[in-house]
Design a binder for this molecule. Sequence first.
Ligand SMILES: Nc1ncnc2c1ncn2[C@@H]1O[C@H](COP(=O)(O)OP(=O)(O)OP(=O)(O)O)[C@@H](O)[C@H]1O
Length: 581
Amino acid sequence: MKKQSPIKRLWELAASQHAGLKLSVSLAVLGVLGGIVPYVVAGQVLTNLFNGVTDFSAYMKACVVGLLGYAVKSVLYSLSLSVSHKATFELLQELREKMLHKLPKLSLGKVTATPSGEWKQLIVDQVESLERPVAHLIPEMTANMVGPLCILIYLIVLDWRMALLSLVSIPIGMFFMSIIMKSYGKQYAGSVQVGAQMNAAIAEYAGGIEVIKAFNQGESSYHKFSEKILANAQYYYDWMKSVQFLMSLSKSILPTTLLAVLPAGYLFYQSGSLDGGTFLTTVILSFSLSGLLMAAMNFVDSLARVGTVVGQIDALLAAEEQQHEKHPISFNKHDIVLDHVSFSYESGEDAKEIIHDVSLSIKDGSFNAFVGPSGGGKSTLAKLIAGYWDVEKGSIAIGGINAKKVPLEQLYNSVSFVSQDNFLFNESIRNNIRMGCLSATDEDVEHIAKLSGCHDFIENLENGYDTIAGEGGTHLSGGERQRISIARAMLKNAPIVIFDEATAYIDPENEVLMQQALGQLVAGKTVIAIAHRLSTITGADQIFVIEEGKIENHGTHQELLEKSKLYQSMWLAHVGAKGGK
Ligand SMILES: Nc1ncnc2c1ncn2[C@@H]1O[C@H](COP(=O)(O)OP(=O)(O)OP(=O)(O)O)[C@@H](O)[C@H]1O
């Protein structure tokens, strides 16, 4: 595929804001043209003085026209920026929304494999860095390029030799700038990378502060975090140091149009081939020419950055989505069938396979359990059923329909997944529960909390249902967080419910109450419970013993006690632990 210019791609991404941006460019161009008027007028005034014109009103008129030109420039410049900023901030919001909508469409693995600091850098900081290219570069740089072109045409009309002379310093200045720009894209991409590493280190340091304190790892963790900050600073220092000489050369040579214009113009004047007025006018105009070009050059760095930023945004927007049909399916039942499913978290030939050729069948409305040693693949299988990843080998069918034929949204709506670490948002408990069903009223929320057995503890919190859960639910205990996430999942009222050690943090007394409440809430639904405490699943219709990514055995509690050695030993260990306690 042909590589597109970054500015062209940015323009495409900004499709919804074209009207505003075009208006802003037009205003900026008119403003720059207005800004040239005072230079033209000054040239004419000097010409008149040179020619000995004594009509005072002619000078006054020229002054008024010059001032008007200046006023037009100022007003149109402000207007242009105001229009471009409105369009830009709407565009940034739109891009962020698109990126946020994209995240749930990616497989969960892709999202969780990227540190949260990197997501923040991309969606917040990188998108924000488009403000300058879109709001300033598009209108101002265009205007600052059109302006010099108009001046040049005017200079050619006045005297083509002077026009050429006024350009002499520009290619030299541009040449030095072009050397810097050659490596700018690569350098900037590198700076984004070190910036992302720094952000990830900051997010990890802040997120892991509890562990750092508990294990007294403050110094070594801080060292790792400060190293990333220093690396970021060092990167910029080295980069700027490597370009400062060329940058200074370029910026000092570019505006020196007078070095050629003045002596050569004087010679032409002396030889009589250039009249004094035109000489002075061209001198003044060459000043304005270099001024505008210098202003345009200030945007060259933004221009070079656009490629990296747009590339990163595109990489996310074009990332492979989970491939599911779009047309909703109508389910008659919610049985689950896995047919020869194998799965690895990574892709590629040397990826480690976690689930090996698993086939199983779960009846509609039945209660099932996944048990087995730690790391055996219970959660992975449950998440595959919930549609968090698509399977490449084998198939998963719900209600007799291949999961890939079910639209992703419908699949997510069909399954409630309650894990050990369900995330709570930094909002009221009421809103956290309501996330299970956004249309639920306050009464619905309280009703489900009562049925899930957590109404009383919520009422006892400082502000009841209006208590703020804290970032990630940190204002609540682990057990409280779990009970709220269970209520949230119950409010969702999905036909398939998966509990991934959902009651692990709840104390035994409350766990029994919770289990009784849940038993009623999930009656008639297809339920899968992943449990380490085997006593909680002895009544299951079917128990699957999962070991090393395979089904070791399956059956009821009694059947497994008879035929599965692994289950027997797990049961004995469990009963022994309970007895000992
Ligand atoms: N996101 C991931 N990326 C790569 N490997 C993973 C990921 N999640 C889990 N694994 C690996 O997959 C294997 C199965 O993990 P899984 O969590 O499914 O086991 P489990 O039986 O649920 O364990 P536990 O009872 O301890 O929760 C483990 O070896 C684990 O290291």
